[in-house]
Design a protein around this ligand. Sequence first.
Ligand SMILES: [Zn+2]
Length: 219
Amino acid sequence: MAKSHTDQYLENNRQYAAGQALHKPAYPGMQPIQPSKRVAVVACMDARLDVEDLLGLQTGDAHIIRNAGGVVSDDAIRCLIISHHLLNTNEIIVIHHTRCGMLAFSDDLLKAGLEGDPAAEKLLGQATKRAFTSCRRCASTPSAFHAFRGQLEPLDGPRDAKQMERLSWDVRRGMSSILNHPWIPTSGADAVTVRGFIYDVDTGKLEEVSYPGPMGSIG
Ligand SMILES: [Zn+2]
């Protein structure tokens, strides 16, 4: 089978982790609106992830959809549908990463803290080492924060087996959301492929998450 662009980006990542800069930051001149490598990436907004650099993407190669966690949320699905059906992408890459902030809180805890629950405010203040200030009740709130499932960890806690299990679980959940969406074709001439990874912020390396794979004790 021919090497996919994702395979090429994995090779680029090995070079990146070894210290090479592959992304060219210069303006490349006018380019078509369709991503030239037909790739769409969903990745966490974490400041330590430079998605262009860590994959060796060049300007014009790929769509990059970022949010807290790299979660395949309703909005990420919206972007992927537009990316595929209108702009011709057919390879999707989902990237979570070690030490992610989404491991350190739960949706219920953050909501309680924002609504002024003193115990939640205290816990969030301790977890984040900043004064957590409640905003009280509000009519316009996100329907979900999509914090990762499983037992909470300290903010920026180092990688361990439990952390990798929680991250892998959410990568697989996201891949499943894409693969099972009726408006994202996964067979036939118009099919997209999906692969998921965990980026280790301590090493700069991507590790692939098997799919399907064990959902473990989480869920
Ligand atoms: Zn993150």
